[in-house]
Design a protein around this ligand. Structure first.
Ligand code: NAD
Ligand code: DAU
Length: 356
């Protein structure tokens, strides 16, 4: 069976990795990417698909109901993979409004238009709305607390997490009330190629190359559960094909690492890969800075549901994945250099102003 996918946010980090994964595995499927190309969206990520018969790129906003309706109808979409979001916690603290607008209102608009379209088509049973969400909706864990499960109560702490939680609730309600065939996935921290420079791993790689300080928030002992983006895309593929409508699946890497240890690992890799760095050993650049307000201490995800019910497990260890990722940033300078724009510098100044 060939599919006709609408991938929202497909020019961003995970979305563009997902498009690549889907194209490699299902070369005959039709894909439309709908992306507003905010600061985080980059059409270079999809340039290799230009002119392909089975691919269309539409620049536009998921809040634009008329556009969403037109895209669904024109391209006879049967699966929505919904990645589009404002995704960076620090930016949500500096300016939460766009997070509510895109993540809550944007998701609502997509749901409403997809519902109308699905009902008009006679409610086909094979249609899917996959909502890609985050483990941050569950809040913060203490060091010895059990990992997040699908039944863990929501307790979002940042404006970003709260806006994602709001969108999750809407998705769930559309399934419960209208039987819309929605599925939610809640995933831990992704890393890998094409991640925007503001996130911890690319920021650390790039700052080392530039001889800039490596800002570590607070005491550096916050823990994240790191998942290689390729493993995430494979999980989403399985969920689209075999997941149960109305269900939620948690996705995680079984790779819990303290931030300070992660930054040290990157420093060691850079020391190994590059004979001449502006500052060597790179670890000298580590600088403890003022903590992120409301900084969640620990995230960790229990993945037994997706493992038992759908047979997915992550394959990449943090050691392997980090090596690949650091190498990718070293080999793709022309990808990230243009992203260090005026907008990025001004964000950087605002976010790190007191310490850097
Ligand atoms: P990203 O910031 O790299 O990409 C977001 C994409 O959405 C960009 O291409 C941007 O242009 C687009 N976009 C933003 N607002 C839009 C709008 N109003 N209309 C259309 N397009 C718009 O994000 P990411 O890290 O790739 O995350 C993708 C999704 O996965 C998000 O929903 C995020 O919450 C979720 N998620 C991310 C992680 C992670 O570690 N990065 C982990 C779990 C879940
Ligand atoms: O858990 C999933 C979430 O992971 C996703 O939903 C988000 O979209 C994604 O951005 C990510 O959120 P985090 O806030 O965990 O990722 P970030 O890379 O911003 O930070 C990782 C950790 O490193 C976090 O504890 C904060 C810390 N940090 C981050 C930056 C940017 C620093 O210590 N210094 C920094 O400069």
């Amino acid at each position: 069976m060939t599919r006709r996918l609408l991938v929202t946010g497909g020019a961003g980090f995970i979305g563009s990795n997902f498009v690549r994964h889907w194209r490699d595995n299902y070369p005959h499927d039709y894909m439309v990417v709908l992306d507003a190309l905010t600061y985080a969206g980059n059409c270079e990520n999809l340039a290799y698909l230009e002119g392909e018969e089975n691919f269309r790129f539409v620049r536009g906003d998921i809040k634009d109901a008329a556009l969403v309706k037109r895209v669904l109808e024109t391209h006879n979409i049967d699966v929505i993979a919904h990645f589009a979001a404002e995704s960076h916690v620090d930016r949500s603290i500096l300016g939460p409004r766009t997070f509510v607008e895109t993540n809550v209102l944007g998701t609502f608009t997509l749901l409403e238009e997809f519902r109308y379209y699905w009902e008009t088509q006679g409610k086909p049973v094979n249609y899917r709305f996959l909502h890609i969400s985050t483990d941050e909706v569950y809040g913060s864990l203490t060091s010895d607390a059990p990992r997040f499960e699908e039944t863990t109560p929501y307790a979002p702490n940042s404006p970003y997490a709260a806006s994602k939680a709001g969108s999750d609730h809407l998705v769930r309600a559309y399934n419960h009330t209208y039987q819309l065939p929605t599925i939610i996935t809640n995933c831990s921290n992704n890393y890998g190629p094409y991640q925007f420079p503001e996130k911890l791993i690319p920021l650390t790689c790039i700052n080392i190359l530039m001889g800039k300080s490596l800002p570590v928030y607070g005491d550096g002992k916050n823990v994240r559960d790191w998942l290689y983006v390729g493993d995430h895309c494979r999980a989403l593929d399985i969920v689209i094909n075999y997941g149960e409508p109305g269900e939620t699946y948690n996705i995680g890497g079984n790779n819990e690492v303290e931030n300070i240890n992660l930054v040290r690992m990157i420093c060691q890799l850079m020391d190994e890969f590059i004979p001449e760095l502006p500052v060597k050993p790179a670890g000298q650049l580590i600088t403890f800075v003022k903590d992120r307000p409301g900084h969640d201490r620990r995230y960790a995800v229990k993945t037994s549901k997706i493992r038992k019910q759908l047979g997915w497990t992550p394959t990449m260890t943090i050691t392997q994945g980090l090596r690949l990722t650091v190498q990718w940033y070293l080999n793709n300078r022309e990808w990230w250099e243009p992203l260090l724009s005026q907008e990025y510098q001004s964000y950087y100044q605002r976010n790190y102003k007191t310490d850097n």
